[in-house]
Design a protein around this ligand. Sequence first.
Ligand code: T3D
Length: 262
Amino acid sequence: MAFESIIATHADGVAEITLNRPTVLNSFTRPMARELQEALSAAGEDPGVRAILITGAGRAFCAGQDLAEAVPSDGPPPPIADIVRETYNPTITLIRTIEKPVIAAVNGVAAGAGANLAIACDLVIAAESASFIQAFAKIGLVPDTAGTYFLPRLVGMARATALMFLGDRVSAADARDMGMIWRVVPNDLLMDTAREVARELAQQPTRAFGLTKKALNASLANDLAAQLDVEAELQAQAGATHDFAEGVAAFLEKRQPNFGGR
Ligand code: T3D
């Protein structure tokens, strides 16, 4: 697929998507969002893709909304709710509903919608020099891109509120220590590490991962009884997969499983 604002490649069962507007720190325009959504949908539907990796070109991961698009110098601004509904909401919905692991490799600053795009991914690996900024209040906006959903659940209400009110830059190490992200690695190891994790996940039971995502999504809202029901229902589906049969056979035969993702 030919894109202008992203780069999309595919190797070893991993779709890699690079936000590619480095001169403006990969900030989001509506065309870039449409391309990202197209690439995510294609990766979600392609049975040859079993893990998805999102990163940024240049020194940033993503600086959120392109403010020149949001407030153009030569005309009226587009309705802000339309930007949120067209750019961010479908992107987050895709990331959370694609039944495959989605990994963010955060190579630099992730601000505003860029920070919340990262933390909506299943696994977040950041370079040591990366940082996360809830930049919205600094320009008089409310956090969007599901930040008000995920951040309090990841770091707790007290920290989420302070981060959103103060807009402080959080280092990768602090983000890891407060539970916002999974892992921090030296800058020069970021992409190798992220690709290795993605390739490893792409060899694993993809259907079980997809069902695990469903269970985790449901757990964010369910009470215990409802969640136990969800687990029983999803386990029935996992138990009917080829990968379950293969995993048990491999265990009993004392060999490594060869999961096909089915
Ligand atoms: O419609 C709506 O707005 C609703 C949707 C909202 C979602 C949101 O994401 S709102 C939050 C938008 N993002 C921000 O407010 C962050 C703005 N950027 C920054 O605060 C800083 O750039 C950073 C802290 C991220 C990085 O700072 P620094 O010093 O490393 O880089 P810089 O010099 O500020 O930026 C480098 C270039 O990128 C610069 O352009 P220039 O001077 O070289 O021509 C800068 O203008 C450009 N840039 C950075 N962020 C954006 C941007 N251009 C457009 N939009 C941006 N968000």
